[in-house]
Write a protein that binds this ligand. Structure first.
Ligand code: GA4
Length: 357
């Protein structure tokens, strides 16, 4: 694991610290990588994986389809929207007024939905759906491998205890592609000055709304700070920077982009599944590059809506998962958490609703 000495930089009023990101080579011996993954999940809730086994061709094809989609005229992209929550979205995130300087497509990660949605996304829907399916399956397998290594590292009896949740045929995983405009590019700004909202009243309101918050003098919020509600997120981006993670002590750490590797985020559900031993990582995207577009693809691994999110310590031996024997959270289903998630703002903490008092 590479964790360099902190090198503190100042951006605006806030401190930003450049660290080495924990990096796990999946071709290493299982016992070693499982231990390192557990440590990274505890220390950061975030790490990078190398030798991940996802074929370059699968990634390149997905990227090509996504670039093709976002390069289309707004009128065509809107055919795939609005994002409620699935479909094409621009600037609006969720249903409670959150905004970001981005456009995106959010898709349900199952073959049937992908095939239906593809018809609104591409002129060649069968190719898009095939490419998206291949990508989603490859990253889902990667997520399962990682979850099995975590189980190994935590020494749970059942090594599939976490991976079974997301390989379930009813899993509620989703797939998102985010496209961030460069910081200053007149043509792009024009493209991004439309808002995807069907209501004219709302559109009117959005045009007069204040500009998106800035972070220091030369950056702007692309996607505001939040944690992911699912179990695990697998992210891949192009070579444009902007992603930052928040350390346990509150520093924003810039994550250098690496188009050849994947980044893994612990989500809220994994925090609950481990009784707080892992913490979901707060992260955000700030637009800092003046001339290049950032594009990222995220697979959010979630269980079935009726799956119970409860620490195995409640089922088996408590000492396996957490040194703290009392249960921090009462059991809840993924569907119940999702309902809370969509009733709150992006930056809110959702697990508080399930805390045992
Ligand atoms: C954050 C993680 C995923 O992108 C997402 C997002 C979702 C959305 O865009 O529809 C949410 C956001 C995310 C958390 C709070 C709610 C829901 C927007 C929002 C304001 C798809 C998810 O599952 O939760």
């Amino acid at each position: 694991m590479v964790v360099a000495t902190p090198n503190t930089l100042r951006r605006g009023n806030k401190k930003t610290t450049a660290f080495g990101i924990p990096t796990i080579d999946l071709s290493e011996e299982k016992s070693k990588s499982s231990e390192m993954i557990v440590k990274a999940c505890e220390d950061y809730g975030f790490f990078k994986v190398t030798n991940h086994g996802v074929p370059n061709k699968v990634i390149a094809r997905m990227e090509r389809e996504a670039v093709d989609f976002f390069s289309r005229p707004v009128s065509q992209k809107r055919r795939a929207g609005p994002a409620t929550p699935f479909g094409y979205g621009c600037k609006n995130i969720g249903f409670n007024g959150d905004k970001g300087d981005l456009e995106y497509i959010l898709l349900e990660a199952n073959p049937l939905s992908l095939s239906q949605r593809s018809k609104t996304i591409s002129n060649d829907p069968s190719t898009f759906s095939c490419v998206a399916n291949d990508y989603v399956n490859a990253v889902k397998n990667l997520a399962c491998d990682i979850l099995e290594l975590v189980a190994e590292g935590l020494r749970t009896q059942d090594k599939s205890i976490f991976s079974n949740l997301i390989s379930d045929s009813q899993n509620d995983s989703c797939f998102r592609i985010n496209h961030y405009p460069p910081l200053t590019a007149p043509n792009h700004q024009q493209e991004f000055n439309h808002n995807w909202d069907p209501s004219p009243v709302e559109q009117e309101r959005l045009h007069i709304s204040p500009p998106l918050p800035t972070v220091g003098s030369k950056s702007r919020i692309g996607f505001g700070e939040h944690t992911d509600p699912q179990i695990l997120t697998i992210l891949r981006s192009n070579d444009v920077n902007g992603l930052q993670i928040c350390s346990h002590d509150g520093f924003w750490i810039p994550v250098p982009p690496d188009p050849n590797e994947f980044f893994v985020f612990v989500g809220d559900s994994f925090q609950a599944l481990t009784n707080g031993r892992f913490t979901s990582v707060r992260h955000r995207v700030v637009a800092m590059n003046s001339w290049k577009t950032r594009m990222s693809m995220m697979y959010f691994a979630a269980p079935a809506l009726d799956a119970w999110i409860t620490s195995p310590s409640q089922i088996k031996n408590k000492s396996i998962i957490s040194t703290n024997n009392s249960n921090i959270y009462r059991p809840f289903t993924w569907g119940q958490l999702k309902q809370i998630v969509y009733s709150l703002r992006l930056a809110d903490s959702r697990l508080d609703h399930f805390k045992n008092h």
